[in-house]
Design a binder for this molecule. Sequence first.
Ligand SMILES: Nc1ncnc2c1ncn2[C@@H]1O[C@H](COP(=O)(O)OP(=O)(O)OP(=O)(O)O)[C@@H](O)[C@H]1O
Ligand SMILES: [Mg+2]
Length: 209
Amino acid sequence: MRLAVVNLKGGTGKTTTAVHLAAGLARLGKTLLVDADPQGSALSWSEQAGLAFPVVALPVRDLHKRLPQLADGYAHLVLDTPPGDPAIVRSALLASEVALLPIPPSLMDLDRLRPTLELLAEVEPLNPLGVQVLLTRVRRGTKSAKAAREVLAELGLAVLEAEIPLREGYATAFGLVPEDLGEYEAALEELLVKPQPQPGSAGTQGVRG
Ligand SMILES: Nc1ncnc2c1ncn2[C@@H]1O[C@H](COP(=O)(O)OP(=O)(O)OP(=O)(O)O)[C@@H](O)[C@H]1O
Ligand SMILES: [Mg+2]
């Protein structure tokens, strides 16, 4: 699987998601995590933790041109992408089969989704992607996740059943080997079985036109 973890808004759980999913995929096959974020959070995480899979930093706008050579021999690729750098994110999307959007179910995060959706819609004719949303930092016992699901469904986006709770264990996971993948286990299972949407039916139709 070639999976880009994207959201142009900062702090939505991209890096946490990318590291946990890469750890899960590494159990299934040779996996490379590409840190396309100039902030280098995933790379710092791996330097501190000694992860079971390699992490390379490649925060460049021609990632899609360089990646095939780099990816040779890997069964799975996970791309962690930066907030606020559409050119790099666009390149990461061009290099991927699946775009996973981690989104916390807050009004502010939903309100700031449009630039990411516009980028997905722009890339779709060039490289049709399966687009999936993963709700992250979900507060238990609140209605926000249900409300977010409704908003996202109206936008035509597919949302994974699995959701990642707001939990201290995730907040303090940076720099550690993720032994227990928690809810990311279920998210990964869903990603692995989801059929990829065909061109024209992907979840970006809500932002066209
Ligand atoms: N499920 C969670 N529960 C609690 N804290 C979380 C959870 N997921 C992420 N965090 C914390 O939220 C912050 C943002 O997460 P993360 O760095 O993964 O987001 P990001 O989208 O990669 O951010 P950036 O856009 O800056 O790269 C971090 O401090 C992280 O530890
Ligand atoms: Mg990050």
